[in-house]
Design a protein around this ligand. Structure first.
Ligand code: ADP
Ligand code: MG
Length: 624
C-alpha cells in the first residue's frame, strides 16, 4: 500500500448483497459480463448527454466505446470504457453503498427465509457486484470526464475497499477482474466473443476486442457487436433473445420480460417506442423514494433522461422501455417535458399502446395475462381513478373472483360476465367484502344464487374505492347487490313478479311493524327481502352509503365517518321470524328481535357492540 492509499468499509447492505450474489448466482455467473458492459454503456450514454451542454468534456477523445481484453498469464480480464467516469467521491458512493429504499428489509427477508434463489436476488438487480462471482479481486480505475485526477478503487469483496490516486491519461473507467481459481474459461477470446454476442449485442456503442495472434490478444482491435441501438433496428431482424437481453439491460431485471411492443411512428410525431411488460415486479416496486424509473427517453438516439413520470401514467408504472423521439429538442428539460402538449400526446399514445398490448395478451396468451394480473393487477386498477379517458379499455382488462368460478384464483372478466347474464338481467352485479370467504358466503347472495345469477366478488381493499369509478361497462350498470332493493334488473326474469312481491309484503306487514318497534333506531327500516332464501335476515345499505366493512376500516384508521343506519331485510318464511311473530312473552320477543339483528351484523363481518349481552340472549332462548 502506498502512503496515499486509504481503506474504507462497505456499507453493511453491500456486504450482504455481495454474499448473496456470490452464493446464489454462481450457476448464472456469465451475467457478470453483461452487468459490467451494461454499466459501461450507461457511462457512455451519460457522457454523450452531459456533452450536449458542454462539448469540451470529450477533450481530444471523441470516441465512445467499450474495450474488452484478457491476459492469460496475469489471469485478468479487463473492461474499459470511454464514458463519463467517476470522481473519487462517486467511486465511494456508487461502489460502496446502496441507496435504494427498502434494501435492508429486502435483504433481511431473503436471509431469514434462506431462500435467496437467483430469481429473488435478481429482482434486486445485482449490477456491479456480479464481478465478485468470478473475481477474487476487482480493481476499478476511473477518471471523470473533464477532471484531471483519477483514482483506483480496489476490493477483494471482503467488506473493505481501498482508494488511491492513479495516473490514468484517458477519460472513463477501466475495470480489471482478477479471476478466481478455476474461472479460466473467461480467458479465452472465443468464449468472450460469444458471451458478448449473446448478452450485449444490442448495446449501441462498439464493443471491441483484440484480434488474436498466436492464441494471445494482438495489437489490432475489432468490433464484435452490432453497435446499433436495438430499437432502431427493424423488428423482423431482432430475435426474442435479443429483445430479452435488451430488456435486462434497461430494466436491471434478472428475469425475463413477459411481453413487449416495438413500434416506429412516422407522421405528425416521429418516434420509436419499445415498451416491455415485466414478468415480475422489482423488490422495491411502489416504494421508490426518488423519481419513478423505467422508461428511458432518447432524442435522436441520444439518451436524455429517465422520463417515466412524464411519459406514462402512474398506474402503468410497471412498464419498462425506451422512447426515442425525433421531434423533441435535444436540450429539453424536465420542466419542458411536463408542460409540453407534444409530450402529452406522446403519453396518451404510449398509454394506449400498453393497454392494447395487454388486451392482445389477454386474448391470445391468457396464461401470460394471468401472470401479469397476479403481479400488477392491483396497480392497473388504479387506472380507473387516474385515467378516465381509458376507462373502457382498462375495465376490459379487469379480472374478478366470481360466484360462477367457485375458486378463488379462477377469475372472470366483465365480458365473460356479460356473456352469462340471465334473460332480463340488466346489471353487472357485484359484492364488496373483506376477504374472499366473507364475500362468497354472504347471505346477500342467496337469492341470486338460487336464480343462477352470477355475482362478482370484490374482496380486495382497493376494490371498494376502485369500483366507484366504474359505473358502467358496455352499456350495463355496475350494481352493488348489498345496497338498495333487488328486482328484475338484478335478478332477471326469475325475479318474483311485482304482484307476488306486494302480496308477500302485505302478508308480512304486522311482522315488519313489530320488528321495527323492537329494534328502534338501530335500523332505518325493516322490509321483506328479495335477497334471502336460507338466512333469516341481513343488513342492507342505501344506494350511496359506504360499504360496512369500509366504514369499519376507516373508523379503525381514526377517520370520522357518518354512520349510515342500515336497513334490516328479513325472510318471513324463516322459522325464526315465525317464532318471533308467534311469541307472546315480551322479553323473549325482544330477545329474538335483537338476535336477528345481531346475527345479521355477524354474518356481514361486524363486531357486536355488546357481545356478552348477545351470548346471554342466545343462551336464554336455547334454554327456554
Ligand atoms: P446500476 O447500474 O443499476 O445503477 P450497478 O451496481 O451496476 O447499478 O452500478 C452502480 C453505479 O456505479 C452506477 O449507477 C454508476 O453510477 C456507477 N458505475 C458502475 N460502472 C460504471 C462505469 N463503468 N462508469 C461510470 N460509472 C459506473
Ligand atoms: Mg448496472
Amino acid at each position: 500500500m502506498s502512503t496515499e492509499t486509504r481503506s474504507y468499509e462497505f456499507q453493511a447492505e453491500v456486504q450482504q448483497v455481495l454474499r448473496l450474489v456470490i452464493h446464489s448466482l454462481y450457476s448464472n455467473k456469465n451475467i457478470f459480463l453483461r452487468e459490467l458492459v451494461s454499466n459501461a454503456s450507461d457511462a457512455c450514454d451519460k457522457l454523450r448527454f452531459e456533452a450536449l451542454a458542454e462539448p469540451a468534456l470529450y477533450g481530444d477523445q471523441p470516441e465512445l466505446r467499450i474495450d474488452l481484453s484478457w491476459d492469460k498469464d496475469a489471469r485478468t480480464l479487463t473492461i474499459s470504457d470511454s464514458g463519463i467516469g467517476m470522481s473519487k467521491q462517486e467511486l465511494i458512493d456508487n461502489l460502496g453503498t446502496i441507496a435504494r429504499s427498502g434494501t435492508r428489509q429486502f435483504l433481511e427477508a431473503l436471509e431469514d427465509g434462506k431462500k435467496a434463489d437467483a430469481q429473488l436476488i435478481g429482482q434486486f438487480g445485482v449490477g456491479f457486484y456480479a464481478a465478485f462471482i468470478v473475481a477474487d479481486k476487482v480493481s476499478v480505475s476511473s477518471r471523470r470526464a473533464g477532471s484531471g485526477e483519477a483514482f483506483t478503487w480496489e476490493s477483494a469483496g471482503d467488506g473493505r475497499f481501498t482508494l488511491e490516486p492513479v495516473d490514468k491519461p484517458e477519460r472513463g473507467t477501466t475495470i480489471v477482474l482478477h479471476l478466481k481459481e478455476g474461472e479460466d474459461e473467461f480467458l479465452d477470446g472465443w468464449t468472450l466473443r460469444s458471451l458478448v454476442r449473446t448478452y450485449s449485442d444490442h448495446i449501441g456503442f462498439p464493443i471491441r476486442m483484440p484480434v488474436e495472434k498466436d492464441g494471445k490478444p494482438g495489437d489490432e482491435w475489432e468490433t464484435v457487436n452490432q453497435a446499433a441501438a436495438l430499437w432502431t433496428r427493424p423488428k423482423s431482424e431482432i430475435s426474442d433473445d435479443e429483445y430479452q437481453a435488451f430488456y435486462k439491460h434497461i430494466s436491471h431485471d434478472f428475469g425475463d420480460a413477459l411481453s413487449w411492443t416495438h413500434n416506429r411512428v412516422e407522421g405528425n410525431q416521429n418516434y420509436i417506442s419499445l415498451l416491455y411488460i415485466p414478468e415480475r415486479a422489482p423488490f422495491d416496486f411502489g416504494m421508490e423514494r426518488e423519481a419513478r424509473k423505467g422508461l428511458k427517453l432518447y432524442i435522436k438516439r441520444v439518451f436524455i433522461m429517465d422520463a417515466a413520470e412524464q411519459m406514462l401514467p402512474n398506474y402503468l408504472r410497471f412498464v419498462r422501455g425506451v422512447i426515442d423521439s425525433d421531434d423533441l429538442p435535444l436540450n429539453v428539460s424536465r420542466e419542458i417535458l411536463q408542460n409540453s402538449r407534444q409530450v402529452e400526446k406522446l403519453k396518451s399514445a404510449l398509454t394506449r399502446r400498453v393497454l392494447d398490448q395487454l388486451d392482445r395478451l389477454a386474448r391470445e396468451e391468457p396464461e401470460k395475462f394471468a401472470t401479469f394480473w397476479n403481479e400488477f393487477g392491483a396497480v392497473l386498477k388504479e387506472g380507473l381513478a387516474e385515467d378516465s379517458a381509458n376507462t373502457a379499455r382498462i375495465a376490459k382488462l379487469l379480472r374478478f373472483a366470481s360466484t360462477h368460478a367457485g375458486e378463488r384464483d379462477t377469475l372472470v372478466s366483465l365480458d365473460d360476465y356479460i356473456g352469462r347474464m340471465k334473460p332480463g338481467q340488466e346489471t353487472i352485479n357485484y359484492l364488496t367484502a373483506d376477504g374472499w370467504n366473507a364475500a362468497r358466503h354472504s347471505p346477500q347472495l342467496e337469492a341470486l344464487k338460487t336464480h343462477g345469477v352470477e355475482v362478482l366478488l370484490l374482496h380486495e381493499r382497493i376494490d371498494e374505492w376502485m369500483i366507484g369509478y366504474l359505473t358502467e361497462y358496455e352499456g350495463k350498470k355496475l350494481r352493488n347487490i348489498a345496497k338498495g332493493e333487488l328486482g328484475a334488473a338484478e335478478l332477471g326474469e326469475g325475479a318474483p313478479a311485482a304482484a307476488d312481491q306486494q302480496e308477500q309484503v302485505k302478508a308480512a306487514e304486522g311482522l315488519l311493524e313489530k320488528l321495527k318497534t323492537a329494534l328502534g333506531d338501530r335500523v332505518s327500516e325493516v322490509r321483506v327481502s328479495q335477497r334471502l332464501t336460507d338466512s333469516p335476515a341481513c343488513l342492507v345499505l342505501a344506494e350511496h352509503d359506504m360499504a360496512l366493512h369500509m366504514q369499519r376500516l376507516l373508523k379503525a384508521a381514526g377517520h370520522e365517518i357518518p354512520a349510515g343506519t342500515p336497513t334490516l331485510e328479513i325472510n318471513p318464511k324463516h322459522g325464526l321470524l315465525q317464532r318471533f311473530d308467534a311469541e307472546t312473552d315480551d322479553t323473549r320477543r325482544q330477545d329474538i328481535a335483537l338476535l336477528l339483528f345481531e346475527q345479521a351484523q355477524l354474518a356481514e363481518g361486524a363486531q357486536l357492540d355488546d357481545p356478552a349481552a348477545f351470548v346471554r340472549r342466545m343462551n336464554a332462548l336455547l334454554l327456554g
